[in-house]
Design a protein. Sequence first.
Length: 372
Amino acid sequence: MAKVELKGIAKVYEGNVRAVDNANIVVEDKEFVVFVGPSGCGKSTTLRMIAGLEDITEGELLIDGELMNDVPPKDRNIAMVFQNYALYPHMTVYDNMAFGLRIKKVEKTEIDRRVHEAARILDIEKFLDRKPKALSGGQRQRVAVGRAIVRNPKVFLFDEPLSNLDAKLRVQMRAELSSLHLRLDATMIYVTHDQVEAMTMASKIVVMKDGKVQQIGAPLHLYNHPVNKFVAGFIGSPPMNFLTVKVEEQGGAMSLNEGTFSLKPTAEHAAYLRKYIGKEVYFGIRPEDMIYSEKSSGDNIMSLKVTVIEPLGAETHLYLATANQSLVARTEPNHAFKVGDTAGFIPSMDKARYFDKETELSILAELDAKAL
């Protein structure tokens, strides 16, 4: 059992700088939870407070129901994998993995068993006699993970462990860490600024901004039901498009006027937009929900100018513009677009999101609550 609870956790630095503010997070036993957000949002500070490497200014940290605020890091039964691997350069892989166990005076035969078992799981048995300088970045990362595994901790903490790897190796290591989580059946907390890592690895995501938790939930729930404009724009790649539109009603029919085109919301969404008639709102639509049309005008057709084309093989990203705003569409690679073309796109209005212009909160929050 390894449940981690953060109750009103805060970290305040000199000058009343609140790096983390009133974080309430529950990591259930055996969950893989990812903290994600832009640089400086407080995610690594939160992880370091769980590890005991940062003092907690306010709130309570519980592991398995026990208060950990003043418990030294070595007594929390956690293991942390750092961004820079933190391996001893003068030691072999075997000695790096065994070092922590020797400090705890674990029996030699037990150390040997644990090191070889972890090396087998991570496929690094043939590197046990090498020193870190003789290993690639991916192999060093496996050693750092192996050093954590041999301790049999209650909780694994990962602080942006893949950020130093190249793109191809990051993809491979993502899959390996997800597989490792299933094999170890352990509680893992992982920090990253990469929302693709968060989406592909997490059983639950914690989105943070400016020291505050914005939303907590399963990856697809955050993707489909963001609580505010920040979460909507952060989760998803390419990010969600946002257009400023004016909510209008004429003859009982509601429309969203962008200036160069007009859209009709679904009847379900219109019910929540009614109180915004005569006001501007943010209309959000994901690039994959922009459907190409051979027509450039008509009902719900957005007439857009192609400004940049990014062919990616399996798909093409089109950067598009209205008279005043810009957006992106994901299209099939077989469309022969040219820069300067005018192209028609029909947004999937049932997938549209709407956000209050002032608060940036989701206008469909009540509807989204029903999806939980």
